[in-house]
Design a binder for this molecule. Structure first.
Ligand code: SF4
Length: 311
């Protein structure tokens, strides 16, 4: 797709030779380091959707574990649509950000009701589904339908922001507009299925938060390499806050009690138990309980608290 917006200014010109060399070296690196994840070979849009949703804010080693558990429980989009949101939350287990399980469940229902069980091939239609953003839509198109689409995730932003813009910490310094331009400009036509995972894996290993520039195949093409090799360091991206006693911990505790229970749990008992366990006041657990209810992850019925409630 031709870029219609403003072209960014770059510290080094992106000549056709440099562009071609970046693509070639990245794809050569990938040919040696490709990881055989099942969703990359499956040519199954549902499998690609599950993997992409599982990959959001999650390390790749855990994505495989979540993916396999999920696909064993719900091997087809129809089987997921026919389950309950409580089933989906149980299978998601302790994988974090459990709203993703509800999004997958709701998306499966919409796809079965409105698209006959087939995930759309149109990017805008995909992005209108619950929990499907530009990254997930691109992965479904690439791996599921074999259609070119540029993906953007934190690893891709880091690699392209460094190579093209010379930024050491692109997440803080390169605009969303410039990142989009870079992903579109570099995408080799007909190769998205290899190009996007190559960039993601390269950003997760060679060009990580502490890059290995001395051993990097892109070093002579990269605008940030002279800065790193000269001793400069990337500034830290803000670390996640303390976990102990946090709302994240309390939400996780409530969810884990409900996941392992066969039926509703008395609300007062659950709140008292969680407060004791986390050494916090009841009022803090109640705040976590309210946020879970408003996220549709748990519900309060006359019988007590239980999983589900709707995305
Ligand atoms: S030279 Fe360094 S900064 Fe540039 S792509 Fe390679 S590892 Fe990343």
């Amino acid at each position: 797709m031709a870029w219609r917006g403003e072209e960014p200014s770059l510290p080094r010109r992106l000549s056709p030779q440099r562009l071609g060399a970046i693509r070639r070296r990245l794809l050569d690196w990938y040919a040696e380091h490709e990881q055989p994840f099942p969703w990359r070979e499956a040519r199954n849009p549902y499998a690609a959707l599950v993997a992409a949703v599982a990959a959001q804010q999650t390390q790749i080693s855990r994505v495989l574990e979540i993916y396999e558990r999920w696909m064993t429980a719900f091997p087809t989009i129809e089987s997921l649509a026919a389950s309950s949101d409580a089933d989906a939350l149980r299978v998601w287990d302790r994988a974090g950000y459990p709203r993703r399980a509800l999004y997958l469940h709701r998306t499966a229902q919409i796809v079965c009701e409105e698209y006959g069980g087939a995930l759309p091939t149109d990017r805008a239609a995909l992005e209108s589904l619950p929990g499907v953003g530009p990254f997930t839509a691109a992965i479904v198109l690439n791996f599921g339908h074999g259609i070119d689409a540029a993906a953007i995730d934190t690893n891709i932003v880091r690699v392209l922001g460094r190579v093209l813009f010379g930024s050491l910490q692109p997440a803080l310094e390169v605009s969303a507009h410039d990142v989009r331009w870079a992903t579109e400009r570099l995408l080799p036509r007909g190769e998205a299925k290899r190009w996007n995972p190559a960039l993601m894996d390269f950003g997760a290993s060679v060009c990580g938060p502490k890059p290995s520039c001395a051993a990097c195949p892109l070093a002579t093409l990269c605008a940030a390499a002279p800065r790193f090799l000269g001793g400069e360091q990337a500034s830290a991206v803000r670390a996640q806050g303390r976990f102990k006693g946090s709302q994240r911990e309390l939400r996780g505790l409530i969810m884990s009690y409900l996941r392992t229970s066969d039926g509703p749990i008395d609300r007062d008992d659950l709140i008292a138990q969680a407060a004791r366990m986390a050494h916090v006041k009841r009022s803090r657990v109640i705040l976590a309980e309210r946020s879970l209810i408003s996220d549709g992850l748990i519900q309060l019925t006359p019988a007590g608290l239980s999983l589900g409630g709707g995305a």
